[in-house]
Design a protein around this ligand. Structure first.
Ligand SMILES: Cc1cc2nc3c(=O)[nH]c(=O)nc-3n(C[C@H](O)[C@H](O)[C@H](O)COP(=O)(O)OP(=O)(O)OC[C@H]3O[C@@H](n4cnc5c(N)ncnc54)[C@H](O)[C@@H]3O)c2cc1C
Length: 386
């Protein structure tokens, strides 16, 4: 089996499994199982085609592109088209500097089809265990044995809210950014948007434009970057300055990690200056009834709270000793697990600032594929390796 002859193309936009056969209790054997067919998984599968003898299988519980389609309606990427490409195929040109989320979903489906990547959708991996020198994945369509596993399930799994959210009165409407689609999801009147990243900024703007009275509680003073400087995208400038591709241990990377996410675009800052949005640069520390308390002891009366407070990973399905730490976070060095044959892709700061965005997939996926292909060659030559 080669990457080009394994499965029919994915059926875009459906939850149907792309594999027609029923669950296969006897199981299948592959060299590399990639879990997740988002950008990280697809980019890895592309680079694995460098070894045509490798038997590769990419499984995804959802249709390709679903993670983008499940985000809010108005979402436009903060990365320009030029910085939204996967290896080997340019993101299409089009109107506007940055594409809408639907174009990204189309691009990912087209990418998998174009390279005939061995993707099966509608198949969830429920459990991953060690099996001798390889792994066994228990999936919704049977068992898969693999010498190598690449976990490319994305960094955004469980919506996170501060514990204080549980102390609010049940009549306070609470929503996480994952579940927000459009302004009508938020009742008229006041809304407290909690968060200091791009999601909080974009949704605060959208809600203010839709006539809601918006207060933003961010964990510190937000750091705004203009979308363009001298008519050129900010991404070009940070790329040219070497920031996007600086190693995670470089001084500039450490500075950015400490400082937190920059907000791309200055429209929110303008609305704050005009008094149309209230900004409270303090972390939420408590809540009671219809009030939220911030770190500076400010109390905010609330009827609706939109939590843009990020996500936590869900690695509970990975039952491999040494793969994750006590908090369930991946243990790795630049994506390489201490467990031989296990690899991570698409993690925040895996190697660089752009590891968890589209632009960084090529480099990290190439390194992952090279590691896998190299270790196969070494084990064929009789030296160590899975
Ligand atoms: C609101 C928002 C806006 C963003 N905007 C940008 C942007 O403008 N530009 C940019 O470059 N990046 C952006 N990102 C960051 C990043 O590019 C995206 O999160 C992207 O979707 C990550 O790709 P991924 O392949 O790592 O993970 P995902 O796209 O999440 O794909 C992971 C896949 O794994 C599958 N999966 C998970 N668990 C299992 C399992 N157990 N079995 C089988 N399948 C499983 C899921 O169904 C999913 O399809 C944004 C992120 C968010 C949250």
């Amino acid at each position: 089996m080669t990457p080009n002859d394994t499965v029919p193309p994915p059926r875009p936009g459906t939850d149907e499994p792309t594999r027609a056969s029923p669950a296969d209790p006897a199981g299948r054997d592959v060299d590399v199982l990639v879990v997740g067919a988002g950008q990280a998984g697809l980019g890895t599968a592309y680079h694995l085609t460098a070894d045509p003898d490798l038997r590769v299988l990419v499984l995804d519980a959802a249709p390709i592109g679903r993670s983008w389609l499940d985000r809010w309606d108005s979402l436009t990427l903060f990365t320009p088209r030029r910085f939204s490409s996967l290896p080997g195929r340019r993101f299409p040109r089009g109107p506007g500097g940055c594409p809408p989320r639907t174009e990204m979903a189309d691009y990912l489906r087209d990418y998998a089809e174009h390279f005939t990547l061995p993707v099966e959708t509608g198949v969830r991996v429920h459990r991953l265990t060690r099996d001798g020198s390889g792994f066994v994945a228990v999936t919704s369509s049977g068992r898969v044995r693999a010498r190598h596993v690449v976990v490319a399930t994305g960094p955004f799994h469980r919506p996170h809210r501060p514990p204080a959210s549980g102390d609010l009165d049940p009549n306070v409407r609470q929503l996480h950014s994952r579940d927000y689609r459009r302004p009508t999801d938020v009742p008229d009147g006041e809304v407290l948007v909690v968060g200091g990243g791009n999601s909080a900024a974009q949704l605060a703007l959208e809600l203010a434009d839709a006539g809601r009275r918006v207060t933003v509680a961010s964990p510190g003073r937000p750091w705004f970057l203009p979308e363009t400087i001298l008519g050129v995208s900010m991404y070009w400038w940070i790329y040219l300055a070497g920031v996007l591709n600086a190693d995670r241990s470089a001084a500039v990377s450490r500075y950015i990690r400490n400082r937190g996410d920059a907000i791309v675009g200055t429209q929110l800052r303008t609305l704050v200056r005009r008094g149309r949005v209230r900004l409270l640069p303090h972390r939420v520390t408590g809540a009671h009834g219809h009030h939220v308390t911030l770190a500076d002891a400010t109390t905010v009366a609330v009827t609706t709270v939109l939590w843009c407070t990020g996500f936590r990973p869900d690695t509970s399905w990975i039952d491999v000793p040494g793969a994750v730490d006590d908090d369930g976070a991946p243990v790795h060095d630049a994506g390489e697990s201490p467990v031989p044959g296990l690899h991570w892709m698409g993690l925040p700061w895996q190697t660089r600032l752009n590891s968890s965005i589209i632009d960084g997939v090529d480099r990290d996926a190439r390194a992952t594929a090279q590691r896998i292909i190299g270790s196969r060659h070494r084990s064929r030559a009789g030296t160590r390796g899975p």
